[in-house]
Design a protein around this ligand. Structure first.
Ligand code: ZN
Length: 359
């Protein structure tokens, strides 16, 4: 009698428990938040386990593996709930591949990277892209670009820098350099002296808004109370570039950006000229994967780029984001959901998030 009552109680409690929905959905986002045991088999699983669905009356939830084991359950052999989760293993594997790319003279090919990870090339490519937001090849290029940048700053000839950074033919470097540096090598060495940057300052609901673009795309969107201060900041950021006030054509582009800031869900169909270190680029790429209406924590971004311990560096990259809203650093919040800081003021961050939360 007692057993029957227990069973009935468990079934209905389980079915009304939000964790049961995660188990039914095999939701991997719930992995690491709780575990469930199955009385009929004596094992416990992580929520995403692909094993046969248990009957709710046999299921109990546990806050930890230790809790499940104290209650007498064994770890499932299929989902290995006591081992690091799939996300953690993938992040570690991708971090290992990134280190290999960074330390190699010649960027390793996809076949080498996949074999080291023990995956097919197709699967490896997909996992790498899902974790970092870029392909292994793009990651290798970005890393090489960073080496070129630091070499250019101290080498006296562009050609020497090109060879030092491991490019086998300077023709190829020149073809790629524009995309990676945002300007041609000679210009970069001169501190951007020959780069023309057009800019204009407009008004949006969040205050004054400055939009600046090089010939390659938008390189800055900043928001503030004082238009003059925005212009001075731009000057500091692009010290040697030639800053030119926008013409009528540019005003249209600013209008498009203002429209986007007012309604981020419509998206911004303009190229960005993003300048930063390889690490910053990875963070900013990951930010761009957070859809309007959603948020992520600093540690989620750190995990997404395969650097789970780099939470502070991620926060630093968010704080140095040069392109407001289009690189949505306002969608990153503290682990407890608190707003934390925002380069352009926490009240603007709150306003943007509230706006995006409305459908
Ligand atoms: Zn399992």
């Amino acid at each position: 009698m007692h057993a029957i009552m227990d069973k009935t109680g468990f079934a209905s409690d389980t079915e009304h428990d939000p964790r049961w929905a995660a188990v039914l959905a095999r939701d991997s986002r719930a992995d690491g938040r709780f575990w469930y045991s199955v009385a009929s088999t004596g094992v416990y699983c992580r929520p995403s386990c692909a094993s046969r669905r248990a009957r709710p009356e046999n299921v109990r939830f546990h806050a930890s593996c230790a809790d499940a084991e104290r209650a007498g359950f064994r770890p499932c052999k299929r989902c290995r709930p006591d081992q690091p989760g799939l996300h953690a293993r993938q992040a570690a594997m991708v971090a290992d591949a990134c280190r290999l790319i960074e330390s190699a003279e010649q960027a390793p090919g996809l076949a080498t990277l996949a074999a080291r990870a023990g995956l097919s090339q197709f699967h490896f490519h997909r996992v790498f892209k899902a974790v970092t937001g870029v392909t292994p090849k793009a990651y290798a290029s970005a890393h090489r670009a960073r080496r070129v940048r630091s070499e250019l700053a101290r080498s006296d000839s562009v050609t020497a820098a090109v060879y030092d950074a491991g490019f086998n033919a300077s023709g190829r470097f020149y073809a790629q350099a524009g995309a990676m540096l945002g300007m041609r090598p000679g210009e970069f060495r001169a501190g951007g002296a020959n780069t023309a940057i057009r800019f204009a300052i407009g008004e949006c609901s969040l205050g004054a808004i400055l939009v600046a673009a090089s010939g390659r795309g938008i390189c800055a969107i900043t928001i503030g109370d004082d238009p003059d201060a925005l212009a001075r900041e731009l000057q500091d950021q692009f010290g040697e570039a030639e800053l030119i006030g926008g013409d009528a054509g540019f005003e249209r582009l600013v209008a498009q950006v203002v429209g986007f800031v007012e309604a981020p869900r419509i998206g911004l169909d303009l190229p960005l000229d993003v300048r930063g270190t390889a690490f910053q680029q990875r963070v900013w790429q990951a930010l761009r994967a957070i859809p309007a209406g959603a948020t992520a924590s600093y540690s989620e971004i750190a995990r997404a780029i395969g650097a789970p311990k780099a939470t502070r560096a991620v926060a630093g990259a968010c704080a140095s984001n040069p392109i407001a809203v289009a690189i949505p650093c306002h969608r990153v919040v503290r682990n407890d959901g608190g707003l934390s800081g925002y380069r352009w003021g926490v009240e603007r961050k709150r306003a943007l998030l509230e706006r995006e939360a409305r459908k």
